[in-house]
Design a protein around this ligand. Sequence first.
Ligand code: DOR
Ligand code: ZN
Ligand code: ZN
Length: 399
Amino acid sequence: MSILIKNGKIYINGALIKKNIFIKDHKIIKITSQNLKADKTIDAKNKIIIPGLIDGHVHFREPGQTHKEDFLTGSMAAAAGGITTILDMPNTNPPTTNLQRLDEKRKLAKKSIVNYGFHFGSTNNNIAEIKKVKDVTSIKVYMDYTTGDLKLDNYNVLKKIFSSNKTVTIHGENENIIKAIELIQHAHNHIHFCHVSSKEELHYTKNKKIKNSISVEVCPHHLFLTASNVNELGSFAEMKPNLKTKEDQKALWEGIHNGKIDTIATDHAPHTKEEKYEINYPFGVPGCETMLPLLLNALNEKKLILKKIIQLCCENPAKIFKIKNKGFIKEGFDADLTIIDLNLEKEIKNNELFTKCKWSPFDGWKLKGWPVVTIINGNLVFEYGKINNIVANEVTYNE
Ligand code: DOR
Ligand code: ZN
Ligand code: ZN
């Protein structure tokens, strides 16, 4: 099937240009002023076409916790949020820490309607599997206790992982970030810090004179909420790392503007409402459906520009994780595209969400600027509130 997207403005190389996009065989074939004949035409008048977002950090809960989410519902939420690729975390049940479990997860993910990749888990004793594993996004290291029992505290193992030739993604909070930075001084791999949430953490991740390449991720909840929101939302605003002060939040926004922050990812971590009401509630909040609307609303409030959003959510995750043929609107690249309407005003409503958990800490927020159409591998997957259930692919990686 071929599609022509016409009358819209396309984001290419930092500018918005008025051209048409011709899509065929899952690829962007031509960016053109011509009116090429296609099986289907999408009128994008008064809209902007951006690269589909790559969410580098989600927990879609398969296997083992499908009462919270699964690859279908999680990917529906992603598609509705303008996200065309997700990278799934390994703290499932059982965790993704050996090749056989990775294979099993690959099978489960076949129902995903957005493209997907996998972070591989590390434990105190799976270094042999880490050496063998291929075609994963990164090796994820949990240096703190969190959902799923994957805390890694053996110094020698950490050292080995940090000097493997694979990208390492770190859940580290506070002093563990400092510890990680000490450990990687002599390593040669790329280190990615997940969900940096405080002024101090940001300072450590980007101010030490380390020769490694380092990237820093922040999450929408740390950009748009602070600890004071816990008063009203209780456990529904509790995640790890937790919400911080206004001053920390300000430092994160500064980091966005001065380039210390490389990417924004959701850390989509759904739990059921019932679980959140328990005394020993689990940590984490969903985020796939709300990240882009929150950022587009911030754009409308002049808090950041479109170029920044695209760098942080499309281009940089593709570069950091070496995702092939994605992150940019370019002839020959995969036709993963998000059409946004900067003038659409809508409220986030729990009961309208696609995530299985059906709640968001942003319930009731009125936002201006929404994704309206999501095209994945050249298929029309999300269209003005409706989902078309078309399965997607596992990503491939550049050398
Ligand atoms: O809040 C969190 N939830 N932080 C994590 O590190 C894990 C996540 C989850 O899986 O629920
Ligand atoms: Zn984490
Ligand atoms: Zn996470």
